[in-house]
Design a protein around this ligand. Sequence first.
Ligand SMILES: C[S@@+](CC[C@H](N)C(=O)[O-])C[C@H]1O[C@@H](n2cnc3c(N)ncnc32)[C@H](O)[C@@H]1O
Length: 629
Amino acid sequence: MSESPYPSSLDPSPEDSDDSESLLHFSTLSIEDRMRNGVIDVYPDVVEIFVDLNFPFDSYKDEQEAVDYKNITAMLYSTGQGNKAMKNILLSINLCPDTINLDYSLGFRSWILFSMSDYISALVDINRILRSKRGPADFVFQMNKQKTRCITEASTKLQDMTYFKHQQHRTITNPDVYNTTMYLIKLFRRKLKFRPDDIDINFNKSFRIPTIYSKNNLLPNASSKIKIARNVVKKRFVQAVTDISIGEVLIVEKPLVCMIYSNNVLTHCSHCFVRCTALIPCEVCSLMFCSEACYNEAKDRYHRFECRFFQHVEAQKLTVTIFKLIVLRLFLMATMDGTQLRNLMNDEVYGNPCSNKDFNYDEVYVPEDYFNIHNLEDNADKVTPDTWHAYSVQASFLLLCLKKMSFFDQLQAEQNENVLSELESYAGSLLLKFTLCIAVNVHEVVEYVDLPEIADKEHSVGIALYPTVRFANHSCDQNLLRFFHKNYIVVRSLRSISAGEELFDNYGTFYWNSTLKKRQSFFKKHYYFKCECIACEENWPLLTDLPFDFSVAPCLIPREEINMDQVREWAQKYSDLEPGFSNQTLAFYYMYLNFLYKTFQKPFKEQVLVRTVYNCYYHIVIFNFPQGK
Ligand SMILES: C[S@@+](CC[C@H](N)C(=O)[O-])C[C@H]1O[C@@H](n2cnc3c(N)ncnc32)[C@H](O)[C@@H]1O
């Protein structure tokens, strides 16, 4: 259950980069030479390298392949292989251009969804087909008939749900009851938006994101109990303004920019990251969305131009890391698909991407403002020559793709294939700046899959840049926990925190699962700092060597005040808990964890174990019991 916030896939080092072949060209240069060459001087060579790539501009969509997948689906479905059929029909929908064949594939999926009793998702597909108004009469007739069946079935289930709504808070330990209830609760959630003739819903929209009780006037996504402070070493950091107790919601926000991992494109919405069975395809590239609303928002915010880029690299099966894709997206958002590029270049304050602007701490922070990128930490003064080099190559790759795709044609009078214009160079420097910033500021978005066993539930969905959470520095013994709801992040206190204390995130490696030496080299290499947290200063032991005996563990309160019988009872209850999820169990973990932190001095094994399970369990309960704590 690692929390891996900053994924190793973002490792910017040359040896791990997919540009490594291109880098061979430079490996003969001495470090000094590379440093002297710096960023700008490598451009001509990089141009040479990437012009060689020379990928043709093919389309990703392939109607014939889509029809083939649909035919395979029919064969699998008729032989009772429902899951495989579902996978194939998804591929068919994903590959199909927006023609009548797409309607046929959607129609097929609605049959499969119906047979899986997922009537609402089936209705989403059917309504979409009927809206397109392009099917022949008998197909439209079949779809209308299917629609009636879906509505009838769904209405019956919806009545059952009223009962289950009242059951949500009850403890569920029996796995069968658990599974049935889970299913009905999911349906219940959908009911909140249930309108049979107008279904293009994302049922998780009814999902409750935890709220912040006392909002911060200066940091709109944060609690008034925290503020952004700064010092010379760490620059900005998050600090407690008043005492904070365990479990308080401190930050809730949407990403400024996010990107889905390619292996989730067929299972999750590429815009909001919700897991969804009835995804609809982008008309041009491989991305899929949970609803027309998400698709349109993606197009409005970043996907119009990006979509063309995706279709080409996908058609060529080029491997472009998620890291590059998010940088490109950020660039397109920042420049509004290029239309604002020249204005940005001429802007006196933001025109120079090399100078970081710090936001004014007395004014209201605007989390969704693109200009925040200019005050992200980029560590430009600490990046090693090798990393500079890798980043420059990555930025150049994107710049050349943009050039090749005629991105600059509308924006400038002069075009020259071999020489970069002033505007193009500026675009390159922005891409480089974003590459630096993204590397040390993004989080990995995870989802917890709701299976009864606790282990191996964590699933990485994508990466995202959170405008307020990114102010939190690292500690190997952090006092914050991150939770995700779709691509929203929720940050809560892991234990009580006193006024004036710094609030710490964790960048992916903890004192109990990695040695001091490994941690220090990880942070130096990826984040350019030396961790001086208490766990590093005191070199706390790994999990297996942590003290675990309650009767001798150092205490924070006089030992005679501790009711040891009660402690043993809780410890026993904790280790005996059955699989299955409920708010009561969550409340127990929460209470027990609070007790452990308040009573025993860190580091103590039970604190680590309970904290880890609590983190995982919390996600699951919140995901499946929307009224949860
Ligand atoms: C996500 S940012 C955190 C906010 C950052 N301090 C700022 O001013 O924007 C990550 C960067 O903060 C710095 N940082 C994070 N944790 C640190 C720590 N424990 N000690 C020193 N610097 C740290 C490193 O430069 C790191 O690359």
